[in-house]
Design a protein around this ligand. Structure first.
Ligand code: SF4
Ligand code: SF4
Ligand code: SF4
Length: 584
């Protein structure tokens, strides 16, 4: 192995690297940082921005380190006065067309451009001239595009094209007029975008962000006439702490609940309880389809970006999707009906809020199908993990010093099965736990289905459920979703049950989660660290199967009746619509 390694010198340090490694990677592996802007590990390394330039002895001019391979005996200097001056010029040129509104920018304090301007001591904009004024696109319910803040790094374009294989955005025009655009320059709302938000996670600046909805929420919290009830998705507790400088993947459930109470919510519930209902209904639907000859394979439907993708790209396969609403929608529906009746509240005076790791959930909650028979939305507002963090900061709550507290009764209990919903493979595993017990009629001890765990984009397995081989596949990322759909469409697939999540790795790395810089994404596996937090919650839970949740048992007994029954269908199930598709 050793003889295949290449030896070079970087900043006077002898470094060994595998052949074809770039100078950038070799330097970072040796603990020498080189700044980047357009580079995003495994996604974008076009060498466009030139922030990562270095000097290589024997070569004229500068060398772009993210696209140049190491060579035997190479001598690299990453931080000479000439390199520093050239990087300052790169920044000057970017800033010459920037609107300089950092103070009010949503990414202020977490912007890679701002961090580099600080690092390189940029004190004034050297080049000034005409600036392009782009109209802000805020028509979609999920994301906002403000290309006045765009630095044309193309990280979003690469993410949408290469990771998701959607291609809803691309670079249009040339030279000074270049910008990231959509087909016919339409709003992102009116093209093939799924609202997965992965482009937001990739953007180094404030050019892409969630559609904020905290102003309306503050007003409702301050309105004494309104009962404001919040629920939080599993992945939020594994990410929120990062906004307060806690290590990636710290489980902050107790502090998060305390913070929500301090913010003034009337009740703080857990979307995990809703996830237990989803599993109950979904496992029941799966068992029905298997035993009564329904449409198979059955596909999960709790990811709204995946659902929108299927509606746009595979309308003929929509009968495969489970009719179950997603966990927060089920829970919202129960809050406006069961809970309202139980507590003697007027549903019209209940305002339900979901804290989600997701921007597609903002779209999902606004779907017409998500209204009840009285015309009320199940969920009135969705905020992201990032928006919750901003609210906590705005309220001057010292997050780290908060005592831990627990979710409110009577709807605050959830199982370990629900906690793993935030991870790719988690919904499948939770459903198999319940399907197994339903089919055998007993309490099986096999709980962990490890074949569906891990970060692989596609995981196929055959699992034994009640003596029957069940062929399952778990896919995350829309590129992988498309592969599975094409297999099914061509008749080549023989799956029984399919789980799909739009975000590669699942909701733990969803489009509403804390944004990590390119450097951090190069160094650590954010998905893995946040996933571990959720698996740990599951392992420590005394109840690890959704159907064991006492809250759920009570609500089925007192109110819903049978899983899959009439009332459950009315409140907890939905339908899908074929959507128009646009070609770029
Ligand atoms: S939200 Fe997803 S689908 Fe839409 S542009 Fe961004 S990456 Fe592409
Ligand atoms: S929108 Fe963001 S990610 Fe996309 S090119 Fe502009 S700065 Fe880069
Ligand atoms: S995987 Fe999760 S975070 Fe991503 S779009 Fe789907 S539901 Fe939202």
């Amino acid at each position: 192995m050793e003889e295949n390694m290449i030896t070079l010198t970087i900043d006077g340090k002898t470094v060994k690297a595998k052949p074809n490694t770039t100078i950038l990677t070799a330097a970072r592996e040796a603990g020498i940082d080189i700044p980047t802007l357009c580079f995003l590990k495994d996604i974008n390394n076009a060498g466009d921005c030139r922030m990562c330039i270095v000097e290589v002895e024997g070569r004229r001019g500068f060398t772009t380190s993210c696209i140049t391979a190491v060579a035997e005996g190479m001598v690299v200097h990453t931080n000479t006065p000439a390199v520093i001056e050239a990087r300052k010029t790169v920044l000057d040129l970017i800033l010459s067309n920037h609107h300089e509104d950092c103070l009010t920018c949503i990414r202020s304090g977490n912007c890679e451009l701002q961090a580099l301007a600080r690092k390189y001591n940029v004190r004034k904009i050297r080049y000034t001239g005409e600036k392009i004024d782009h109209e802000v696109d805020d028509k979609s319910p999920s994301l906002v595009r403000d290309f006045n803040k765009c630095i044309l790094c193309k990280r979003c374009v690469a993410t949408c094209k290469k990771v998701q294989e959607i291609g809803a955005i691309d670079v249009a025009e040339r030279g000074f007029n270049s910008c990231v655009s959509t087909v016919e320059n339409k709003s992102i709302n009116d093209v093939d975008c799924t609202f997965c938000g992965q482009c937001i996670e990739s953007c180094p600046t404030g050019a892409l962000h969630e559609k904020e909805s905290t102003d309306e929420l503050w007003a409702k919290i301050r309105d004494p006439e309104t009962t404001v009830i919040v629920q939080t998705a599993p992945a939020v507790r594994a990410g929120l702490g990062e906004e307060f400088d806690l290590p990636i993947g710290t489980n902050v459930t107790g502090k998060m609940v305390s913070a929500l109470k301090a913010l003034g919510f009337d009740k703080v519930f857990d979307t995990n309880t809703g996830a237990d209902f989803t599993i109950m209904e979904e496992a029941n639907e799966f068992v029905e389809r298997v035993t009564k000859g329904g449409v198979l394979p059955m596909m999960t439907s709790c990811c709204p970006a995946w659902v929108k993708f299927a509606e746009m790209n595979y309308p003929e396969l929509l009968p495969h999707l489970s009719s179950c609403k997603s966990p927060h929608q089920m829970f919202g529906a129960l809050l406006k009906t069961y809970y309202a009746e139980k507590e003697g509240l007027n549903p019209e005076k209940i305002y339900t809020v979901s804290v989600m790791p997701c921007v597609a959930k903002k779209f999902e909650r606004s779907r017409e199908e998500m209204k009840n028979k009285d015309g009320l939305y199940d969920v009135d507002n969705v905020i992201t993990t990032r928006e919750l963090a901003r609210m906590i900061k705005e309220a001057n709550i010292d997050f780290e010093k908060l005592e831990e507290s627990t979710f409110d009764d009577p709807m605050g209990e959830a199982t370990g099965a629900a906690a793993i919903f935030g991870v790719t493979g988690g919904v499948m595993e939770a459903a198999l736990r319940t399907a197994q017990d339903t089919l055998t009629g007993k309490d099986n001890t096999a709980i962990e289905f490890k074949d569906v765990r891990g970060g692989a984009g596609i995981k196929r397995a055959t699992v034994n459920v009640a003596g029957k081989d069940v062929r399952v596949v778990v896919a995350s990322g829309l590129k992988n979703a498309r592969k599975i759909m094409e297999e099914i469409k061509s008749g080549k697939a023989d799956y029984d049950f399919v789980e799909i999540m739009a975000c590669p790795g699942g909701c733990v790395v969803g489009g509403g989660q804390p944004i990590k810089s390119s450097k951090i994404r190069s160094e650590v596996d954010v998905r893995e660290l946040r996933s571990e937090a959720l698996y740990s919650i599951d392992e420590k839970s005394t109840l690890r199967k959704s159907h064991e949740n006492p809250v759920l048992k009570k609500i089925y007994a007192d109110y819903l009746g049978e899983a899959g029954g009439h009332k459950a269908h009315e409140l907890l199930h939905t339908h899908y619509v074929a959507r128009e598709k646009y070609d770029f």
